[in-house]
Design a protein around this ligand. Sequence first.
Ligand SMILES: C[S@@+](CC[C@H](N)C(=O)[O-])C[C@H]1O[C@@H](n2cnc3c(N)ncnc32)[C@H](O)[C@@H]1O
Length: 189
Amino acid sequence: MKRFLVIGHNAVTAGNFSLNDMPGGAGRMDILCSCINSCFFLSHSLRDDVECYLLLLGEPMPPKTILIKGDEVRYLNPDERSTGSLLKKALDLPCGEKFRESTKGIYVKRRGLKCLLKDYEFSVLDENGSDIRETENAPCSYILSDNHNFTGEEEDMLKDLPRVSAGPKVLHADHTITVILNELDRRGL
Ligand SMILES: C[S@@+](CC[C@H](N)C(=O)[O-])C[C@H]1O[C@@H](n2cnc3c(N)ncnc32)[C@H](O)[C@@H]1O
């Protein structure tokens, strides 16, 4: 199983956002939708061996974690609006510290980074990290940020994790996922 955890620093944590304003009022929810797209869509099928975790830190109820499981998810389409509406449903669902399913294969809970880091051994995606092409054992679980740098507090929590680079240029988060998945595909992972 491959995993990507994307931190949405301003992504809202209630389902009442407008699908017409995902880049603005919803706190760059559009970036999270693009990351979902990169995690799962192949030309004619879905990647069923990927899990995408979204950590939403915007108002009014941060933190919330949404999990999308490639082997279970239904109703996922490549367009941003329909993905946004699945996220709205997840954020509308009352939830506690354990995952609750909102629609098939999409889960939500009220937990933050500290808790997620206990569950898996993530590597941090960082353009200054070790080049994935030079890494003998490529990791399968990665954490990355949205359009912002990791905060100081996050950096502190991530400081002991391995750092992996997808290449020398700073990429958009969704493109970074695509490059990493391509590298893992080439290794048959
Ligand atoms: C748009 S970047 C975040 C902002 C970025 N630090 C900047 O200076 O504009 C989104 C995220 O993608 C990941 N990323 C971008 N380029 C990368 C690369 N070449 N290798 C590994 N990760 C990368 C990092 O996790 C980064 O936090």
